[in-house]
Design a protein around this ligand. Structure first.
Ligand code: ATP
Ligand code: MG
Length: 322
């Protein structure tokens, strides 16, 4: 049986003002697997990632749930224990690598520093940093080791970040919109690189993106979030080819199709519900084209609608669309 690396159970996160940013989210990740969280802006993707890393700042708080990583519940660790897990066992790449790279140290120093923290000799760490720069396909790696973050391009910085994270062999890499700030050609290179390194190191990836092209290139399984909840989850083919939840179906319809020569992109009418108010019934009911009375009364449960394919919708029952 595949090894479970991360098991997020019933995670809920609240921000000040009673914002229920994440409600009862559960998913897991097996060794080597890439799981993508997708959904409209504000649906709670980044909050889920930050909660796993325990980076929710007060007055925000993790209201409930468990985050079992490599067999231990991260939510029960002391701050000191959690600091050791962060960066070392869990790597994180953000949209803008300048936020995470330190402007006053060279790229090489920053890669080597992490390895020294992991108890590697300085000379060996520096040598490995050179290999990492080579692995992440940075041109002229020897020279670039001595460059400061502002001296290299955005794409190269993101490569440095990826190398810095993966050379410490984390159990999981969390990539939150890793390529959003980059142009399309550089984006493709970064995705290829993450895929290559992920397979080489057998690292699992929690990918957060609103770009379905990237999901198709990288993800094995997908969780579709809507207003703080996962409403559908399945493998990438199930989600793309046989979506069951009306929200996923509309999201798929809203995707630009290259072969479509004319016409406007479809949009999903309405907007995401106010997360400060208690939501009665299904949170998608107001925008849903097939909602019935029950949808405004009861919150739908996640049901298995196919092999390892789950959907929370009153109108989707026993594997058949009603
Ligand atoms: N620090 C914060 N304090 C209060 N509310 C917040 C905070 N951070 C996020 N939120 C709210 O929590 C909800 C979820 O936000 P989150 O950033 O997790 O969404 P997201 O899915 O990552 O969106 P995007 O695609 O735009 O990055 C939103 O309603 C957002 O306004
Ligand atoms: Mg986000």
């Amino acid at each position: 049986m595949a090894e479970l690396v991360l098991d997020v159970r019933n995670l809920s996160v609240e921000y000040s003002g009673g914002v229920q940013a994440v409600s009862d989210v559960s998913f897991d990740l097996e060794r080597g697997e890439c799981f993508a969280l997708v959904g409209e802006s504000g649906c709670g993707k980044s909050t889920t990632a930050r909660a796993i890393m325990r980076l929710i700042q007060s007055p925000g708080r993790i209201a409930s749930g468990e985050v079992i990583f490599e067999g231990q519940d991260l939510l029960k660790l002391s701050n000191k224990e959690m600091t050791a897990v962060r960066g070392n066992r869990i790597g994180m790449i953000f949209q803008n690598p300048l936020d995470s790279l330190n402007p006053v140290y060279t790229s090489g120093y920053q890669i080597a520093e992490g390895l020294v923290v992991d108890k590697m000799e300085k000379s060996e760490a520096w040598k490995l940093a050179g290999e990492v720069m080579h692995d992440v396909k940075i041109p002229d790696p020897e020279k670039r080791l001595k460059s400061y973050p502002h001296e290299i391009s955005g794409g190269m910085r993101q490569r440095v970040m990826i190398g810095m994270m993966l050379c410490r062999h984390p159990g999981i890499l969390i990539a939150d919109e890793p390529t959003t700030a980059l142009d399309v050609t550089i984006q493709a290179g970064i995705i290829d690189l993450m895929n290559d390194l992920r397979h080489e190191y057998d690292t699992c990836v929690l990918l957060i993106t609103h770009d379905f092209g990237i999901v198709a290139d990288m993800a094995d399984r997908v969780g579709v979030m809507y207003a703080g909840k996962i409403v559908e989850m399945g493998d990438v083919f199930q989600i793309f080819d046989e979506p069951r939840h009306p929200y996923t179906k509309l999201l798929m319809k809203a995707l630009p199709v290259i072969t479509k020569k004319e016409g406007r992109l479809e949009t999903i009418p309405g907007s995401v519900p106010d997360l400060t108010q208690e939501i009665k019934g299904c949170r998608f009911a107001d925008r849903c084209p097939i909602a019935e009375a029950i949808c405004r009364e009861q919150d739908p449960k996640m049901l298995e609608v196919g092999h390892d394919h789950f959907c929370a919708c009153h109108m989707v029952k026993g594997g058949d669309l009603k």
